[in-house]
Design a binder for this molecule. Structure first.
Ligand code: KG4
Ligand code: ZN
Length: 327
């Protein structure tokens, strides 16, 4: 059994998965506190992890009907993410592993999202194209083997979920605003406002900064009363632009793909318009259940199955990394 930890952002996560990819437990402790500030506060995130991580590990073991004696491998997110937050997970993982002389598998967070697709009961096999869209990341990757992914494109500025959240804030919808904005959008006209999709950004990289600025100007030009009256149209047009920006790159990447198939992950995978647009592509689309799309430790345990484990005590010097590695 693999005991996995994930603390790269604001959720404290622990899970028990088997080598075969069965999820025995998958526990997430979310930090509601950030809503007050309109975003994740790194210092709060670290403190929350520190206070909760031991209890979350215990809970994951208990829910799996296991003890630390059953663990054969400790897996942990090494990066990218908030350094202070990552350090809590890595230090905990080192402690757990060292106490039992167990090996430790450091996992890349984005590879974890990719590996969510390999978990039972509905695993898929490479090759596939993977779109990850969350509050922290936007990544388009080609996956040809279980243990890695080739980055085709990522965001040049904001992440897709961040664009949703910033748009929602401009429309007064609270944080995180993606779901609220998407709900409001169902009552609006997606063609009411022509927001940019950064179509001119060449290749497969994403950019959402221009879109956010366009909404800011629209709101400013409309004034408070008109903005309130047309909020649904603004939300629908804005959502439409984000989804088109994502799908434009997906379509570009699929164009020359001999065996086209798409997997979608990250919190934005919950978006109804994105899913219907993806399903209309005419290629098989795989979306893991919501609990595996958002940050969780089961996906880290899954990815660990293809990571070379570090033996005790080599990993005691292991460090975290804040930004993605060139892979
Ligand atoms: O993967 P995730 O849970 O965590 C982080 O990246 O931290 O992604 C959260 C992001 C938020 O930006 C949220 O607004 C967005 O996913 N999100 C959505 C929807 N559900 C969550 N965006 C658009 N439509 C949704 N239905
Ligand atoms: Zn993530």
């Amino acid at each position: 059994m693999i005991l996995a930890l994930e603390t790269s952002c604001d959720d404290t996560c622990a899970a028990v998965v088997t080598q075969a990819g069965e999820i025995r437990s998958n526990v997430v402790s979310s930090q509601a506190v950030h809503g007050r500030f309109g975003g994740v506060v790194p210092e709060w995130a670290s403190r929350h992890h520190l206070e909760n991580v031991n209890a979350i590990v215990d809970l994951a073991l208990r829910e799996a009907g296991a003890t630390l004696d059953d663990a054969e491998l400790i897996a942990v997110t090494q990066g990218p993410g908030l350094v202070g937050a990552l350090l809590i997970g890595v230090a905990t993982a080192k402690g757990l592993a060292a106490a039992r002389g167990l090996p430790l598998a450091p996992v890349d967070h984005l590879q974890g999202h990719v590996a969510a697709n390999y978990l039972l009961p509905d695993p898929i096999e490479p090759p596939f194209l993977c779109l990850l869209a969350s509050g922290g990341h936007t990544l388009l990757a080609r996956v040809t083997e279980h243990g890695s992914h080739e980055r085709l494109g990522s965001t040049l500025d904001d992440a897709a979920g961040e664009a949703f959240d910033k748009g929602a804030r401009l429309l007064g919808l609270g944080y995180p605003g993606g779901p609220a904005l998407s709900k409001l959008a169902t009552q609006g006209d997606p063609a009411a406002f022509a927001f940019p999709t950064a179509a001119r950004v060449p290749g497969l990289d994403f950019s959402f900064a221009g879109l956010k600025t366009a909404l800011l100007y629209a709101v400013r030009d409309l004034g408070e009363e008109e903005t309130a009256r047309r909020a649904a149209d603004l939300a629908a047009s804005y959502e439409h632009a984000i989804v088109e920006a994502l799908m434009l790159r997906v379509e570009r990447a699929l164009r020359d793909d001999p065996a086209p198939r798409l997997a979608i992950g990250g919190g934005v995978a919950a978006n109804r318009l994105l899913r219907s647009r993806a399903e209309a592509l005419g290629v098989p689309v795989h979306v893991p259940p919501p609990s595996l799309c958002t940050d969780n430790a089961a996906m880290i345990g899954s990815a660990a199955r293809w990571v070379e484990p570090r033996p005790y005590p080599d990993y005691l010097a292991l460090d975290v990394y804040a930004t993605r590695r060139n892979r």
